[in-house]
Design a protein around this ligand. Sequence first.
Ligand code: NDP
Length: 331
Amino acid sequence: MSYTADTNRYDSMQYRRSGRSGLKLPAVSLGLWHNFGAIDDYEKCRTIIQTAFDNGITHFDLANNYGPPPGGAEETFGKIFKQDLKPHRDEIIVSSKAGYGMWQGPYGDWGSKKYIVASLDQSLKRMGLEYVDIFYHHRPDPETPLEETMAALDLMVRQGKALYIGISNYSSTETQKAIEVLNALGTPLLIHQAKYSVLVRWVEEGLLDVLEKNGVGCIAFSSLAQGVLTNKYLTGIPAESRAASERGNGALEKNALTEDILNRVRKFNEIAQQRGQSMAQMALSWVLKDPRMTSLIIGASRPEQVTDSIQCLKNYSFTNDELEAIETILK
Ligand code: NDP
């Protein structure tokens, strides 16, 4: 079936500026960490991407190692891009990353210039793209000088292989240093990608202040805690769920679903119901209530999850009573 993008796709999505840059991102972006590997049903992957784009999600987040196998998600995305999204290249923001183990030997991991340059070349080939819009260093490398890693990112921009630069999983102190090195090189940091949900709060302890002070955006990941903050696990572990899938590569595992967490999530759900939201919607609205958040990246295993999750944009203001109740339950 050929795909024609919905003509109303820009009617309801909200777009937020990334820090003090010129780039706006959709408040809800889509990530391809899981559910887009070679083991996943291609037509389903395609429908998820189409549904996202039809609803104004213009940003697709990838990394060299997403799959399985590593590289698999970029290949799936490349196929869908060629089939459906090519005419819309100038309407979409594609990101990729390098920083985790990708190929054997000393040059396939961490943050050397050798690894970063080779990895982006490989990613572009897999996706069939001439450039990515955002290229990230995926995690800090304690052994490579920060100056070398940042210079490699800057080089990618100068060579036209990336338009903007991001970092992910860097602490506040490492982020401040990276910002200074990149500023000196003339390629300002666009955005920091950080794990942030009502259950994981480290960005509140300094990172968001550093980013705001320097005019850098922030994009959250795993704001649904991989599905824990949805109604999925309230009464057990469904067969069709990430926790049951044993996908590995950091995917949610059954033992994370303790009775303590589930009891707290059930109380969280009661607040969502009082607000007239699904639990997923409330968990996402909670992240987006902070104007310093440029966007958040949702994962989805089916198109209906995309359409459910984006309804979070209908209400992301909270009363003090709601916020206090949430703190008491979850923090
Ligand atoms: P989420 O916390 O959004 O979890 C996604 C999962 O939650 C889905 O696969 C689905 O689970 C479930 N879900 C989603 N929406 C709904 C809904 N409306 N109702 C019920 N269940 C729902 O995000 P991820 O952890 O998948 O991460 C999102 C993206 O963030 C990644 O794809 C990646 O791009 C990025 N990321 C970046 C990292 C980094 O180090 N920079 C690390 C991790 C992620 P199910 O599959 O069980 O149906």
